[in-house]
Design a protein around this ligand. Structure first.
Ligand SMILES: Cc1cc2nc3c(=O)[nH]c(=O)nc-3n(C[C@H](O)[C@H](O)[C@H](O)COP(=O)(O)OP(=O)(O)OC[C@H]3O[C@@H](n4cnc5c(N)ncnc54)[C@H](O)[C@@H]3O)c2cc1C
Length: 380
């Protein structure tokens, strides 16, 4: 059943991405995992090959593709075994804020670099005491002449260490309504008062950094505002549909990858005299998982069609985000069981992907927050 309509050109792009991932990414992933970072030089190689911001319009240095090109990049990376959330989050979650809301001069200044890999982006919303409840953020922004000054800190910021350009959410202390107090600004690497803290040690996604960031009297031109002053909360909410769809793509592709590798292992290792029992328990588990993966894929593809058509599918996207990320984690646990002891070692083909996908239940809004959104729309 084909829901997404890929053109001949999309199919050629897919072949190109598949070949790139096989020859230029997969041979180095183990080293990046040991180094706990993909080198910055790789971003430029990916940019040159057209894998960054593939939907960027030509006037901003892009190839003028569409969101299906972005879908292809995520799919091909994950189905090859490279979770690769750092570059796809840059392309499909962070840069879209600049493309949609920045004034024209800032778009001209930064977007070509975002596409070429010269400008790596990050977005800083979360704080130690403001995760799900963003309205309670404490980082302040105060006007001073034609500049603004930031004070505060952020945590769990993807690409926080490697970013050249940060989209920073900060609050006007003079505005009482927390939903009208947040604005988004661009902060360049090297701006005095912008200091990177610890690169956090985490359970998966070792080839990308997640970091703490600190701002002490950090000053940028007022012209670095993107969107309306006080419009930050609304912009963050407006972009969440695509962010949650992207996370759903990651979850469904990871589930497809883990299931495929487990089926290969099972077919080779299950049977009389072999190390895995060809039991009805294992067969039923695999059948049930294959069914869930299929359901998640069909739901995802139909949402992608609606999203590309510009429809509001916030509620359905929230459903897919919580269900697909829960499903892939259940599936990963069950598949690791089938590998037995082999499931606990690095060489197991699904072990790293199972760790990489773990936090998908948390970022882009936790799965509990997804359910609060759906409950509200259902008038519960
Ligand atoms: C790998 C990773 C990468 C990340 N990258 C970024 C990034 O690039 N930029 C960025 O700004 N942030 C990033 N984050 C942060 C992420 O957005 C937050 O972790 C997330 O919003 C949850 O916030 P919290 O961790 O403070 O949890 P909390 O909000 O403190 O929640 C703790 C628990 O309480 C539950 N809970 C909270 N409120 C409610 C409620 N109202 N109803 C029911 N249950 C509730 C939650 O579901 C959760 O189970 C990243 C996080 C991770 C793990």
């Amino acid at each position: 059943m084909e829901i997404l309509k890929f053109s001949e050109e999309h199919n050629k792009f897919r072949q190109h991405v598949r070949n790139f991932v096989k020859t230029k990414i997969m041979p180095d992933v183990e080293q990046w995992t040991k180094d706990k970072l993909m080198p910055k030089s790789m971003w430029k190689v990916m940019g040159e090959a057209g894998l960054l911001c593939p939907d960027m319009p030509i006037e901003y240095g892009g190839k003028g593709g569409d969101f299906l090109h972005s879908v292809i990049v995520s799919e091909e990376m994950i189905k090859s075994g490279f979770f690769g959330a750092a570059p796809t989050a840059h392309s499909d979650i962070f840069v879209p804020y600049i493309a949609a809301y920045a004034p024209e001069d800032l778009k001209q200044k930064y977007l070509p670099g975002c596409t070429s890999g010269d400008v790596i982006t990050a977005i800083a919303m979360t704080e130690p005491d403001a995760g799900s409840d963003l309205a309670s953020m404490k980082t302040t922004v105060e006007e001073d002449g034609d500049t603004v000054v930031f004070n505060g800190s952020k945590i769990f910021i993807s690409n926080g260490i490697v970013c050249d350009l940060l989209i920073l959410a900060a609050k006007d202390p003079l505005e009482d309504d927390p939903y009208k107090a947040i604005s988004l600004y661009l902060v360049e690497d090297g701006t005095p008062g912008f200091v990177r803290g610890a690169k956090l040690e985490k359970m998966g996604m070792h080839y990308q950094d997640t970091a703490e960031l600190f701002f002490t009297d950090c000053r940028v031109p007022m012209a670095n505002l993107i969107g309306d002053k006080g419009g930050g909360f609304k912009m963050l909410m407006d972009k969440l549909q695509q962010e949650r769809l992207v996370v759903s793509i990651w979850a469904v592709c990871a589930a497809e990858y883990i299931l495929e590798k487990t089926l290969e292992f099972y077919k080779e290792h299950a049977g009389p005299g072999k190390d895995v029992p060809k039991s009805q328990a294992n067969q039923f588990a695999l059948v049930e998982m294959a069914t869930e993966v299929k359901l998640a894929r069909i739901f995802l593809d139909s949402l992608l069609v609606d999203h590309i058509a510009g429809e509001n599918v916030v509620v359905e996207t929230s459903m897919e985000k919580f269900w697909a990320t829960d499903m892939v984690n259940r599936l990963a646990d069950r598949c690791l069981d089938i590998f037995g002891m082999g499931g606990s070692v690095d060489s197991c083909p699904i072990m790293k992907m199972s760790m990489d996908i773990k936090a998908s239940k948390i970022y882009a809004g936790t799965n509990e927050i997804m359910k609060t959104i759906i409950a509200k729309y259902m008038n519960l």
